[in-house]
Design a protein around this ligand. Structure first.
Ligand SMILES: Cc1cc2nc3c(=O)[nH]c(=O)nc-3n(C[C@H](O)[C@H](O)[C@H](O)COP(=O)(O)OP(=O)(O)OC[C@H]3O[C@@H](n4cnc5c(N)ncnc54)[C@H](O)[C@@H]3O)c2cc1C
Length: 407
């Protein structure tokens, strides 16, 4: 475990510069095209895989960086390039983290490599938790997993929605209810291997932003997976369910565990928002220095210059919150004030505000697709919605700092 530091090591700087180079040379020039096409940018993912930026090894190394800064630095640079393509590249990691967090060593070794594929045959993975009636309210989940003891198989039925890479993934990680009496404690995660009968893609969504990232419904109709696809294994699940039933009998409130589960992964999402905000700020700063009105560059006006000052200040503050929470997660520090949620909340809101401010500074040009800030603004909007909306982050923070079960 490393001490908290704001000074990146030489190695970390090299990795950051390498990712930045890829973002500038490969991702940014392709951004507008894939946004318009609203399709997964397979050639860019392939290119990322070829240079080693899309692989299990790369993310494992970043994840295990003892300073905790490996992931946020990588995310910021990729999403500085473009958020839609960035999400297509890192969407797989959401599913991989689901396996790393709950899976056995054997499950990790079997399934995570299949999520990425190989540079010659790249694959993506999907994490399917949200449902039409269970978004923020994870406890309302209805997808059921029933154990068929005779065959040692689990049978999954239900409809998932909003799944990034849903239906086009090689491996799907599906969260399902195994004991409806236990709320979120009665849920478990399953691997659905490639080409499993009964899993199909439902509606593909046409979105406001991050349009290069595929988002779709996933329908599970009598999907049968081997017992070995239950993440963590049956013995561990049975122990966990027995403990939860014991607590419930003892009158202990069954908390919404899912809210806490994502606390450690939220800074990574915050870092993506910081990347988008920084990209828009840089475009606006350049523009303000060169655009002349009333015989002087528009940055000569305090109204414009002070906005840029606020943009930069908020971006740096967001990054500091993200780095703090990432370090805490790696160092195993308890999130006593929901610092993970704080970082995601502030970075998401910052990205939305900074990209809107950038559009304003670019005037009419900011409103057109000739300039990238309009796309960045559309992309930033998702950062107050997915991975827990801003309201849910505030709920988590308020409950954590007060101990009051605020509704
Ligand atoms: C592009 C995209 C990609 C996504 N990718 C994935 C994915 O890969 N896997 C996955 O499982 N999910 C994914 N999601 C789902 C995402 O996490 C949910 O959309 C999000 O959790 C919100 O749920 P909801 O859309 O049902 O909104 P709702 O929960 O219906 O919320 C609607 C509004 O009510 C507010 N609200 C709800 N409850 C409260 C409360 N208690 N207090 C105050 N306000 C409240 C919310 O903040 C929000 O403003 C994705 C979503 C999108 C749009």
């Amino acid at each position: 475990m490393g001490d908290f530091t704001l000074e990146l090591s030489d190695d970390q700087k090299d990795v950051r510069d390498w990712i930045h180079g890829f973002a500038a040379d490969v991702i940014r020039p392709a951004a507008a095209e894939w946004d318009e096409r609203e399709e997964t940018p397979w050639p860019v993912i392939q290119e990322a895989a070829k240079v080693g930026l899309y692989s299990m090894d790369f993310y494992a190394q970043a994840f295990f960086d003892p300073s905790g800064l490996g992931i946020p630095v990588a995310m910021e640079e990729l999403f500085w390039g473009d958020a839609g393509i960035g999400l297509s590249i890192v969407g797989t990691t959401l599913a991989a983290v689901g396996v790393l967090a709950n899976g056995t060593e054997e499950q990790i070794g079997t399934w995570v490599p299949q999520m990425f594929g190989t540079p010659d045959d790249v694959k993506v993975a999907a994490f399917c938790s949200s449902e039409p009636d269970a978004g923020s309210d994870v406890g309302a989940m209805r997808t059921r997993a029933v154990y068929d003891e005779a065959k040692d198989e689990w049978v999954l039925n239900g409809t998932k929605t909003w799944a990034t890479n849903g239906g086009i993934a090689n491996v799907h990680v599906v969260v399902a209810v195994v004991d409806p009496e236990l709320g979120t404690r009665g849920q478990a995660s399953f691997i659905v291997p490639p080409n499993t009968p009964g899993l199909s893609q439902g509606q593909k969504f046409k979105k406001h932003g991050i349009r290069a990232s595929h988002t779709a419904e996933v329908v599970l109709d009598g999907v049968r997976v081997p017992g070995s696809c239950l993440l963590g294994g049956k013995e561990k699940l049975d122990e966990r369910l027995a403990r939860a039933r014991e607590r419930q009998r003892g009158g202990e409130r069954v908390k919404n565990a899912a809210m806490a589960t994502f606390e450690a992964s939220r800074p990574a999402v915050g870092a993506q928002a910081v990347g988008i905000a920084r990209a828009a700020y840089e475009v606006a700063l350049d523009y303000a220095k060169t655009r002349v009105q009333f015989g002087r560059p528009i940055i000569d006006n305090q109204g414009v210059a002070f906005t840029l000052a606020d943009m930069r200040t908020r971006i740096d503050a967001a990054r500091l919150l993200v780095w703090r929470a990432s370090w805490m997660a790696t160092a195993g520090k308890p999130f006593t004030a929901a610092e993970g949620s704080m970082s995601k909340l502030y970075a998401g809101e910052t990205a939305k505000w900074v990209t809107a401010s950038a559009m304003q500074i670019l005037g009419g040009n900011g409103f057109t697709r000739e300039y990238p800030v309009e796309r960045m603004h559309r992309d930033a909007a998702i950062y107050t919605i997915f991975e827990g909306t801003s309201e849910i982050q505030r709920l988590v923070i308020a409950r954590t700092i007060s101990g009051v079960p605020i509704r």
